[in-house]
Design a protein around this ligand. Sequence first.
Ligand SMILES: Cc1cc2nc3c(=O)[nH]c(=O)nc-3n(C[C@H](O)[C@H](O)[C@H](O)COP(=O)(O)O)c2cc1C
Ligand SMILES: [Fe+2]
Ligand SMILES: [Fe+2]
Length: 393
Amino acid sequence: MKIVDNVYYVGVNDRNKTLFENQWPLPCGVSYNSYLLVDDKVALVDTVDISCCEVFFNEIEEVLAGRKIDYLIINHMEPDHSGSIGLVRQKYPDIKIVGNAKTFSMIKGYFGIEDGLLEVKDGDSLSLGSLKLSFFLTPMVHWPETMMTYDTTHQILFSGDAFGCFGALDGGVLDSTINPDRYWDEMRRYYACIVGKYGSPVQKALSKLKDVKLEYICSTHGPVWQKETAKAVALYDRWSRYVAEPGAVVVYGSMYGNTEQMAESVARGLVQGGVKNVVVYNATKTDPSFILSDVFRYSALVVGSPTYMNELFPVVESFLQKVARRDVKNRIFASFGSASWAGVSVKRISEIIDKCGWRLVGSVDNLHAATSQKKAECELLGKQIALEIQKEG
Ligand SMILES: Cc1cc2nc3c(=O)[nH]c(=O)nc-3n(C[C@H](O)[C@H](O)[C@H](O)COP(=O)(O)O)c2cc1C
Ligand SMILES: [Fe+2]
Ligand SMILES: [Fe+2]
């Protein structure tokens, strides 16, 4: 599929994989994007997951019609993109692999490849003929070796994981040829789960790209952004600064419904306090990736858990760790918990969330049934959180 003169999409869809990185659900699949630049010299930008290698090779051959590939540019070494490097080298033994010093130590470690390498540094360039490429090192915009490749001729940024999203490509690659609406939520879920921890490296990368004209953004997952380049960049800028919309996520675990009743009351209080965006999640039922995505979206998080074996209810604990590991900044926070003899859940929630440095509005601790009085306390907590949300505007 041609994107523009000399530039072809040779990526693949994966609608078979259930869990990305063996943990994040893929209800609409995922694409592994690769691009073939056909000029005086031919360059392949990134590869695909090894499970899709056969389809990938067929796509390449259809474009190349017997020509050889001169360069394999590696923007990122995570196996969803690097998985086919060994087979590409076998099929095209003369191919020169282009990467930075960190890329090469991984290529040696994973594939035993030590020759036919062309090392690039930040700002270096490479001419393919009419296409002139330059390289931006963007460490930790997912992994330490991550870099981006820019074609100055068509102003195309091959951005690696940045600006990518879950969701296979259903017939169209360019955003201008499809309705891209369904990809935005999947872009935030991808960001929250995969890149979300690296807000400050993303900010560094964005400032490096500040004066770079972006006619196309070709990431490694999801549509090629042409119409929506500005929106994609603006979203990454917001998320990496942890800027939120006014709203609250209420997450709870519950075995017998007491903590659940408290969650209902907190949510009612939030809405009574004027918060329109309130989402309540049962942490046992909803996959954490969807909850995390909303934590990146909204300004407040309220978490409730029963005490379980003198600790937190396991799914709530696991969810909180996912939040804390991502260093999400600047959220309004509150908690609630229930128990039968010695409640520790509210304390444990605070122990995990304290590290985030968030503003704690309050908490409600409950023993035994969620009585009307307790529910009223939870409603009041909801209203107090609403006030804090409104203060932020
Ligand atoms: C397996 C199990 C372990 C529990 N461990 C504790 C505990 O260590 N301390 C405590 O006070 N309550 C403990 N409880 C009681 C629950 O915290 C209590 O029943 C609470 O109301 C449950 O909330 P829920 O109705 O939202 O599930 C435990 C309950 C179960 C089923
Ligand atoms: Fe990655
Ligand atoms: Fe990826």
